[in-house]
Design a protein. Structure first.
Length: 329
């Protein structure tokens, strides 16, 4: 059997994705990732439940399902891209490539720098704490012993919401709108005026701020390092660099933002656009493929640790009143 590493050469984990990636034409045409495995976990639970099967061994079929799911996502996602944007002509997998590079290849991008970017992109979008919508949804649905296919599908429905999955697309569109209004040689003063105009219109500056972080997102920083090395003269990257200098002081002056620093979405769209993946509508799909690894890993650990069904706590009106009073004090 032929094995290759997921992120060559950075990781040691090796999986037979060549075997797992195989899909017949019918599966591709239906874009189905929920095949017989949709019923697998239900069958396992029913069969082993009647034989006193230990719940703590449920991680084993979960592990198998997660590997299958992760392996089959690039062919499905690349087929979606090729069908919608490239006249439906799909590209066969190259099993000599690692996971992320093969995904890039099936999309139609073989520039070595693009392959390296895809490795970076997939790595930094794999997971990001359990409180975001997609990661939490995957955990929540999985806590009911739903199989990884159902859990991941639910997570993607959360990711489809614009407040979660549309961020990097909005950043790129906003940056392009800056250039359309001010021209390619935008000055610092022009940029400040445009940022204030955006804020005064009741909108936010996309790509800045974060619900948890209070410093510059390290995922932004590593993308910036990549850009400085491979595309320092790209006009959109130069504009992103100016925004890094201009926006945080303005948001700090505004006084309503806990974190004025850029997040991961402030940069990713510009990098993808530089190497030819300019269809912003597709960016959320890239996010979903990457996030599958984090959600899958989370589900395996949930099964291995025997975590219970997730149930939110409820509070009384008295508790809410006291909470609000304390916050207002």
């Amino acid at each position: 059997m032929t094995y290759f590493s997921i992120f060559k050469p950075h990781f040691r984990l090796r999986v037979n994705f060549k075997r797992l990636m195989t899909m017949d034409c019918q599966s591709q045409s239906k874009l189905g990732i929920c095949t017989a495995s949709h019923f697998l976990m239900c069958s396992v639970v029913a069969f082993y439940g009647g034989q006193n099967y230990c719940l703590y061994r449920f991680w084993e079929p979960t592990y198998e399902d997660c590997l299958n799911l992760i392996a089959r996502l690039p062919p499905v996602a690349s087929y979606v891209y090729r069908r919608i944007f490239k006249s439906g002509k799909s590209i066969e997998a190259d099993n000599s490539l690692d996971y992320a590079a093969n995904f890039s290849h099936m999309l139609g991008f073989d520039d070595p720098k693009m392959l390296e970017l895809m490795r970076l992109y997939v790595t930094i979008h794999t997971d990001h704490e359990g409180g975001n919508v997609s990661a939490h949804t995957g955990h929540l649905v999985g806590s009911a012993l739903s199989d990884p296919y159902l859990s991941f599908a639910a997570a993607l429905n959360g990711l489809a919401g614009p407040l979660h999955g549309l961020a990097n697309q909005e950043v790129l569109l906003w940056i392009k709108s800056v250039i359309e209004e001010t021209g390619s040689g935008v000055t610092t003063d022009q940029l400040k005026d445009y940022v204030w105009k955006t804020l005064k219109s009741g909108k936010v500056v996309p790509g800045f701020g974060h619900g948890v972080l209070r410093k510059t997102d390290p995922r932004y920083s590593c993308q910036r390092e990549f850009a400085l090395k491979h595309l320092p003269k790209d006009p959109l990257f130069q504009l992103v660099s100016k925004l890094y200098e201009v926006v945080p002081p303005i948001l700090t002056e505004l006084g309503k933002v806990k974190n004025p620093w850029p997040n991961v979405d402030a940069h990713s769209g510009v990098l993808l656009n530089h190497f030819g993946l300019s269809e912003a509508r597709y960016y959320t799909v890239l996010f979903g493929v990457s996030r599958s690894m984090g959600i899958g890993s989370q589900l395996i650990w949930d099964r291995a640790l025997g975590l219970p069904l997730e149930r939110p706590k409820s509070v009384t009106m008295e508790w809410l009143e006291n909470y609000c009073k304390n916050k207002a004090a």
